[in-house]
Design a protein around this ligand. Structure first.
Ligand SMILES: Cc1cc2nc3c(=O)[nH]c(=O)nc-3n(C[C@H](O)[C@H](O)[C@H](O)COP(=O)(O)OP(=O)(O)OC[C@H]3O[C@@H](n4cnc5c(N)ncnc54)[C@H](O)[C@@H]3O)c2cc1C
Length: 373
């Protein structure tokens, strides 16, 4: 009989793993408290990259993530959610340009594709950009962005065609050994059993495992974040535009990319805002980002259409967790999950089915946290 795996969470991580396992002949059931792609994956910038990440093992993991998306895009079914349009980083001062030059030299030495650009070269790549005040920049041609909601729904649909079951709007209340108890919005209770259970429940993981007496080392989102990264991030998307960025664009104070609605998606990440979601000041950020975008793209004829607050999934040291929690329960919790999803799905599927742990996961087990498990 085929192995049965129950996946809790239908974000980019759970949906990718469901697609991978169903493709390998596993009997898969996916449960989500809401719809597919409605957690952190619904409020992500979705930039696929390994651009300046540290430490080296995490940088490598992200590069493997990028390469796995490339492989998926080149496979028979394709990956139309992956827009590999390249990332252009802009420098408006000599100091910013010097920092970019250092980074490009470092990345090139690591064989990560990166090229310095003059303002004239940037103008050719980005015809609507006002390049008059640019000192230069760089192109990272293999980077891009992912439409995470399309990715989640498409991968779940393809898993469904291979026999996987999807149970939306069922909240996992308890894990007990190899059984899971859920409650639906109408109060009905269901019980599922499987050979293996995978937690891909993002910020819900900590609470589910607490119910089983396990202290799982991800940041309690109410606590604000880690030293390196705030837990709350703001993503805003404009109305459709006639002219705008052709690449992912990163500049001091703003990052933007084409959006799935024909507009532009912005993130506040470069402002390093440690936002308290209860602070009304947070709602001024989309207007500020649109003003900054107009400095770069003067013909921008857009208004803010949607604003989402995303809660980052943050292990306590900011890095990935991909490991067994008990003999039958495996957990994946990570920031940069959009970049990492396809690679993690591949190597975790192999680990679940064969017990063989991929080298790339060596530094991302639970053993690095005191008192975990
Ligand atoms: C502002 C922001 C910007 C980001 N930018 C990038 C970026 O540019 N590039 C990048 O690679 N990554 C980025 N990330 C990170 C990335 O979005 C996340 O790492 C990724 O979406 C996490 O996916 P996930 O599947 O683990 O979690 P989620 O998408 O949160 O999915 C977990 C699912 O589990 C379900 N769930 C939770 N609890 C339960 C329960 N008890 N029962 C049943 N279901 C449950 C939820 O409903 C949810 O659907 C960003 C994140 C944020 C917030």
């Amino acid at each position: 009989m085929a192995l049965s795996v129950l996946i809790i969470g239908a974000g980019v991580i759970g949906a990718s793993l469901a697609g991978e396992l169903a493709g390998r002949g596993v009997t898969v059931t996916v449960i989500d408290a809401a719809q597919a792609g409605s957690g952190t994956s619904a409020a992500t910038f979705g930039w696929v990259n390994s651009n300046g990440k540290s430490p080296a093992a995490y940088s490598r993991l992200n590069l493997l993530g990028l390469q796995a998306h490339e492989r998926a895009a080149g496979s028979a079914g394709g990956a139309p959610w992956f827009h590999q349009i390249g990332n252009v980083e802009l420098a408006r001062t000599d100091a910013e340009l010097a920092a970019i030059e250092d980074k490009v030299a470092r990345l090139s030495a690591e064989t990560y594709e990166a090229t310095l650009l003059t303002a004239a070269e940037i103008r050719r790549l980005e015809p609507s950009l006002n390049t008059s005040r640019l000192a230069g920049g760089a192109l990272y041609p293999r980077e891009g962005w992912i439409d995470a909601i399309t990715m989640c729904t498409a991968l779940l649909a393809s898993a469904g065609h291979r026999g996987a079951a999807f149970r939306p709007f069922e909240k996992v209340e308890r894990i007990d050994g190899d059984s899971v108890t859920t409650m639906s919005a109408d109060g009905s209770v269901n019980r599922y059993e499987a050979d293996l259970i995978v937690l891909a429940a993002g910020n819900g993981t900590r609470q589910i495992l607490a119910g089983a007496g396990i202290d799982f080392p991800i940041v309690d989102t109410a606590a604000g974040g880690t030293r390196q990264m705030p837990s709350v991030g703001l993503i805003s998307t404009s109305s459709p535009v006639r002219s705008g960025p052709r690449h992912v664009i990163n500049a001091e104070g703003i990052a933007m990319r084409p959006a799935r609605n024909g507009g532009i998606t912005f993130t506040d990440l470069p402002t390093a805002g440690r936002w308290d979601p209860a602070d009304p000041g947070i709602w001024t950020v989309p207007g500020t980002l649109l003003d900054r975008a107009r400095e770069l793209y003067p013909a921008l004829d857009a208004m803010t259409q949607t604003v989402d607050l995303g809660l980052r999934v943050l292990p306590e040291d900011g890095l990935t967790i991909s490991d067994w929690v008990t003999e039958s329960v495996y957990a994946i919790a990570t920031h940069s999950g959009v970049t990492l999803a396809a690679h993690l799905a591949d190597v975790v599927a192999t680990e679940l089915l064969t017990g063989r742990r991929d080298d790339s996961l060596h530094d991302f087990g639970l053993a690095r946290f005191a008192n975990a498990r």
